[in-house]
Design a binder for this molecule. Structure first.
Ligand code: SAM
Length: 231
């Protein structure tokens, strides 16, 4: 059997590329993300009562990787990128049905001029198509007795420093006010693939309209430069 679903909304997020997006929600709270409902689902009635909830489940499509297929076994970054687990024992993006599910904080609900939800802590690429929104119900879904398998707590964080030149660039016109905090929270997650450890290598993470270039040595990420993204 197959089913067809329609996009009910679209995500607007500072994450312009997969690289650098936190691997789960709630890890980077400085990212302000909005979910804009699309016609014919953009009527204020569709979200009436939603603002009484602090958190929502977002069901979405991993649209950027949806055509890349899947394997029965995957290598979660939390296991160092070597050990394999079944795709259904993981939150991997490459799945038989490329569907994602993220629990995020709901900061506000606007219904004018458009129906827009403001979210905190989402792990979603800019332009992600959303299939559904559901309120989080703590008494059912907050399970104190739950076991987390191989994911036994938050990942270790990197410290983050700034070269003087990069810090000076934070005053460039057009940079969002909380850009430095966003960069620090994103880099603290160590966006590098699990198997990469080259202190000379320069990485770039695309946030808003900017490419943030950085290096990582041991447990420290150092921001080198902020460049405008080329369109
Ligand atoms: N919390 C969700 C879940 O469990 O279904 C997502 C987990 S998945 C490991 C998170 C990663 O998905 C992010 O780090 C990012 O690389 C990737 N991602 C986010 N939005 C995407 C999209 N629209 N298309 C493809 N990959 C996406």
């Amino acid at each position: 059997m197959s089913y067809t679903f329609e996009t009910i909304g679209v995500i607007h997020s500072p994450y312009r590329e997969k690289f650098g997006i936190p691997r789960q929600p709630s890890l980077v709270n400085a990212a302000r993300i909005t979910l804009e409902l699309l016609p014919p689902y953009d009527h204020p009635d569709m979200v009436r009562g939603l603002d009484a909830f602090s958190h929502v489940w977002i069901s979405f499509v991993f649209h950027q990787t949806a055509d890349r297929g899947w394997q029965p076994l995957v290598r979660p970054p939390r296991l160092g990128g070597n050990a394999k687990v079944g795709v259904f024992a993981s939150r991997a993006t490459h799945r038989p049905n490329p569907l994602g599910l993220s629990l995020v904080r709901l900061l506000r609900v606007d219904t004018q001029p458009k129906v827009v939800l403001t979210l905190e802590g989402a792990d979603l690429l800019d332009g992600t198509p959303v299939l559904d929104i559901k309120p989080y119900i703590p008494f059912v879904e907050a399970r104190a007795d739950a076991r987390g398998g191989f994911v036994d707590g938050p990942p270790p964080q990197l410290s983050v420093g700034w070269d003087a030149a990069a810090r000076a660039q934070l005053t460039a016109p057009g940079l969002p006010a909380d850009f430095a905090l966003l960069v620090e929270q994103v880099l603290a997650q160590d966006p590098r693939p699990a198997y990469q450890d080259d202190p000379e290598r320069i990485y770039g993470v695309a946030l808003h309209q900017w490419n943030v270039r950085f290096r990582v040595e041991k447990n420290h990420a150092q921001v080198i430069e902020i460049q405008p993204l080329t369109p």
